[in-house]
Design a protein around this ligand. Structure first.
Ligand code: CA
Length: 270
């Protein structure tokens, strides 16, 4: 195969105004970008999220990649974090979310593959608006799904930081995956909950429209979103990664989705 198209990406992160350590990690590779939001008893969340990023960097140094590779990498990252915590008892209980998007090769056709464990998110930005692609693995998401609370109430709910799936667990978490066709002008937003805890979806969309509408770059937009979340309170680490396909890479394949998740394996705080 000749040179495989690589995704275009821009990322920004900030420790915020309250936390002593930035436990978020992110990476942007030729075929995949991820955001990981770490957590741990003794400030080891940065170790866990860093191990997740390192695993992906080892797995995906170059494209193309197959859809199954992404879930394999998630499971490998989980095993690496579990093993590290077993070797170092002071790191017991560390874990991380992971959310990402990959440009995968499905029998010769490029497709987007979105993967998620935890409450970091992938959104799709289009002229029609902002759509959350991932489903949060969190207590409040489950309360919303049964109608016990509203999305607005979830923003201030005492359990809003409790996630039901994370890396660093035995048995391993179940990663949700969603496959999407590559459409012209696709733009995906990956973020840790430090962004969505401070900004509503309409606020995120407004910043995106104003920045891109005035000719701003992806780097400009990533930075503006992070800065806006910090300005709004910055109570958590904030990370944003923006991803688009290279020009001219569009497919017409219909959307397929897999990876229903209704089996929490444990609770943790992110
Ligand atoms: Ca967080």
């Amino acid at each position: 195969m000749t040179a495989y198209p690589t995704l275009r990406a821009a990322g920004a992160t900030d420790i915020g105004r309250v936390r002593a350590v930035n436990e978020d990690s992110f990476t942007m590779l030729p075929s995949v970008a991820i955001v990981a939001d770490g957590m741990g008893g003794h400030a080891c969340g940065d170790v866990a999220s860093g191990l997740a990023v390192q695993t992906f960097e080892t797995f995906f140094a170059q494209g193309p990649i197959r859809p199954t590779d992404v879930v394999d990498a998630v499971l490998e990252a989980n095993a690496t974090i579990v093993a590290e915590a077993e070797r170092h008892p002071d790191k017991a209980g560390m874990g991380t979310t992971i959310t990402g998007i990959a440009l995968v090769d499905l029998d010769g056709t490029p497709m987007w593959l979105v993967v998620n464990v935890g409450d970091s998110r992938v959104y799709r930005l289009s002229p029609a608006g902002l759509t959350q692609v991932t489903k949060d693995h969190s207590e409040v998401a489950e309360l919303i799904s049964i109608g016990a609370i509203t999305a607005e109430e979830a923003r201030t709910h005492p359990l809003r930081n409790v996630i039901t799936q994370s890396l660093g667990t035995t048995p391993p978490p179940r990663a949700d995956t969603t496959m999407l066709p590559v459409a012209p002008d696709d733009l995906f937003l990956l973020c840790s909950d430090g962004l969505t805890g401070e900004l509503t979806d309409p606020e995120i969309l407004d910043i995106a429209r104003r920045t891109l509408g005035s000719g701003g770059s992806l780097d400009n937009l990533a930075r503006r979103l992070v800065d806006a979340a910090v300005a709004a309170g910055g109570r958590d680490n904030v990370t944003v990664v923006l991803v688009t396909a290279p020009p001219g890479l569009a497919t017409e394949t219909s959307t397929a989705s897999t990876g229903e998740d209704e089996t929490p394996t444990g609770a943790a705080r992110a």
